[in-house]
Design a protein around this ligand. Structure first.
Ligand code: AGP
Length: 364
């Protein structure tokens, strides 16, 4: 069936707004809202000693976010690699490794080749894919579907949050299977994950406060995104999104890495966007932002309303919904996507079909 934009100006805008539903639908594949339990999986997580995620672009960032959860919740070492590197470097893999390809299309050439290579090494394989009839879905032993529905915009949005939702839910399942999570914690985490559709809907109401900063952002030549923990890969995803559709140069960095180089870029013309949920890393991120502000760099801080005021001149705040740390990457994905979207609209670029890009990269 043909997908239409309806009331929206672009497919990307429509797809950003579909995320409460696509995340809900995807979580329901892996978690039971009624019992508060993770559903049993075809993979025996207790028999694994490693997870190797392979992906490209936005799916790679979803994998990096998942790594924090697999290691923290399941005590399962997790490597995440760009497929175009993985497939050509003869990686050393242990036999009890689960290889997981993450892909919206399920057709990305490098990711598919990496999956095929892992299978040939005798590894157990799984694919987190949005197109359930795709090559990767057929190639992998285990299909872990996302339920984002067709994604038309070249810049991935709802497929990304669906990948993150699926992988976070699977990390909970892995934690249970490996005896790392007791029943009470399991139901707390499942409940937290099922709060994300409502909080994503709340985050969609940040549009007005985001539109208020894009005038300045659209004038910038370079933008820095900062975060710690799972907000670090989300910062890189934010930078990719801005690059893809607004053609503004942007980089995502771990906030703690700032003083090791990127702080040299800071001046009055270089905005820093900070992803600062109120978690146990907040104070550390806050002190990095004060360093940026002290050097005259404009800061846009995405943070909950109850977060302490940093009193730095040049630090603007955009208030995001307060949430459980596990789901922060799902909730904070929304302002990151809206920033890129409204900046691109402000610049008048072709949001759904940005120059030089294809939706699915099936050639090397
Ligand atoms: C995301 O906005 C991109 N256009 C791109 O990085 C994409 O995520 C990448 O090409 C991977 O595609 P896939 O998920 O279909 O494998």
């Amino acid at each position: 069936a043909m997908v239409e934009k309806g009331e929206y100006r672009h497919f990307m805008e429509k797809e950003i707004h579909e995320q409460p539903d696509s995340v809900q639908h995807t979580l329901s594949e892996y978690l039971d809202l009624v019992t508060g339990a993770a559903k049993p999986q075809a993979v025996d997580f207790a028999a694994l000693d490693r997870i190797q995620i392979v992906a490209c672009g936005t799916a790679f960032y979803a994998g990096q976010i998942a790594r924090y959860a697999f290691e923290k919740l399941a005590g399962l070492p997790c490597d995440v690699e760009i497929a175009s590197e993985f497939r050509y470097r003869s990686p050393a893999v242990s036999p009890r490794t689960l290889a997981v390809a993450v892909s919206q299309s399920g057709e990305t050439a490098d990711t598919l080749a990496s999956l095929t290579w892992c299978k040939a090494q005798g590894l157990k394989t799984a694919a987190v894919v949005n197109v359930h009839s795709s090559s990767m879905a057929r190639e992998a032993e285990v299909l872990w579907p996302t339920h984002a529905g067709p994604e038309i915009g070249v810049a991935s949005t709802k497929a990304f949050t669906a990948q993150v939702a699926a992988l976070l839910a699977l990390a909970v399942a892995a934690g249970v299977a490996r005896g790392r999570i007791d029943a009470a914690t399991e139901s707390e985490l499942v409940k937290a994950l099922f709060e994300s559709p409502r909080l994503i809907a709340d985050a969609l109401r940040m549009g007005d406060s985001i539109r208020a900063v894009v005038q300045d952002l659209a004038k910038a030549d370079d933008v820095l995104f900062l975060g710690r923990g799972a907000m670090f890969p989300l910062a890189m995803e934010g930078a990719l999104k801005l690059k893809e559709i607004s053609y503004i140069h942007a980089e995502g960095y771990a906030a703690g890495e700032l003083k090791h180089g990127p702080i040299a870029l800071i001046d009055e013309e270089t905005p820093t966007i900070a992803l600062a949920p109120l978690d146990d890393m907040f104070e550390k991120t806050a002190s990095n932002l004060q360093e940026v502000a002290a050097r005259g760099g404009p800061v846009i801080m995405i943070t909950p309303e109850r977060a302490p005021d940093l009193h730095g001149a040049g630090i603007r705040r955009i208030h995001a919904p307060d949430c459980h740390p596990l789901i922060a990457p799902l909730v904070y994905a929304v302002p990151v996507q809206l920033l890129a979207y409204y900046t691109a609209v402000q610049k008048g670029t072709d949001v759904d079909q940005p120059r030089n890009l294809a939706k699915s990269v099936t050639v090397e």
